[in-house]
Design a protein around this ligand. Structure first.
Ligand code: HEM
Length: 224
């Protein structure tokens, strides 16, 4: 990253730190979201109760606002860094070798994998959060049947395929992003870096495989 080419009040170091912090917070969100979704495998009631507990808490609006701000900061800084990089090196986007990070497919495609993730997130929210609304009763409480909406949505194999491609792309994004964030935050002690890189790679696989299991499971519910 070039810090001298920046005319912005935020120098590139600060931008990278914001990228690192927001990226790690988003990794935390992705992980907890995935763990919650595993309740799909337990039972429709367990999944619906989990979804109801989250959405009926008035603090959800504050949590959604904070999450939205984290996403916006991440995207805003990413666009700024990509444009600065383009200006500094019009031919090659990521000259990671110069910064000691080494260039990989995952590192050089961060803007593309990020953009695909953004498109995916928007469609995901439209199709599921604002998708068909059914009601169900669990333990005497009327709540949204999110299980039915989700299973129904994934009866279309194209939805399954699209979701899998997108979560695999997110897996690639975080497989580089997770360890890159440590580097951006200066937490890159040579002794721990190989372990952090391994954890990053493993996290990418877990995200891709874990999230892919949901549409496949939902699709198979209809096949039974
Ligand atoms: C759940 C979604 C996301 C997660 C978990 C995530 C995670 C991360 C992490 C951990 C990093 C490394 C930060 C660093 O090197 O300091 C990163 C970098 C990056 N992200 Fe994301 N991200 C997500 C969504 C997005 C979106 C929606 C975009 C753009 C539209 C995006 C674009 C980028 C770019 C371009 C970089 C590289 C910046 C650079 O080093 O020059 N990301 N992401």
């Amino acid at each position: 990253m070039s810090s001298k080419s920046s005319s912005s009040p935020l120098n590139s170091v600060t931008k990278k730190q914001i990228m690192g912090i927001t990226g790690l917070l988003l990794c935390g969100f992705v992980l907890t979201h995935m763990l919650g979704n595993f309740l799909l495998f337990v039972s429709p009631d367990a999944f619906n109760k989990y979804s109801y507990t989250l959405t009926s808490n008035p603090l959800i609006y504050l949590a959604e606002l904070i999450l939205g701000l984290i996403f916006l900061s991440h995207i805003f800084m990413a666009v700024k860094l990509v444009l600065e990089n383009k200006r500094a090196r019009p031919v090659e986007y990521h000259s990671r070798t110069k910064s000691g990070r080494g260039s990989t497919l995952a590192s050089s495609t961060m803007p593309i994998s990020g953009a695909i993730t953004l498109l995916f997130l928007v469609l995901h929210i439209i199709n599921l959060k604002f998708g068909t609304h059914y009601d169900t009763e669990v333990g005497g409480i009327i709540m949204r049947d999110m299980y039915r909406t989700t299973v129904e949505y994934f009866q279309d194999p194209l939805h399954v395929l699209f979701y899998i491609v997108c979560v695999a792309t997110l897996g690639v994004h975080v497989s580089h992003g997770f360890w890159s964030a440590f580097q951006s935050l200066g937490l890159n002690h040579p002794k721990y870096m190989p372990k952090i890189k391994f954890a990053s790679f493993a996290f990418g696989i877990i995200v891709a495989v874990g999230f892919s299991s949901f549409p496949i499971f939902c699709y198979l519910q209809g096949v039974k």
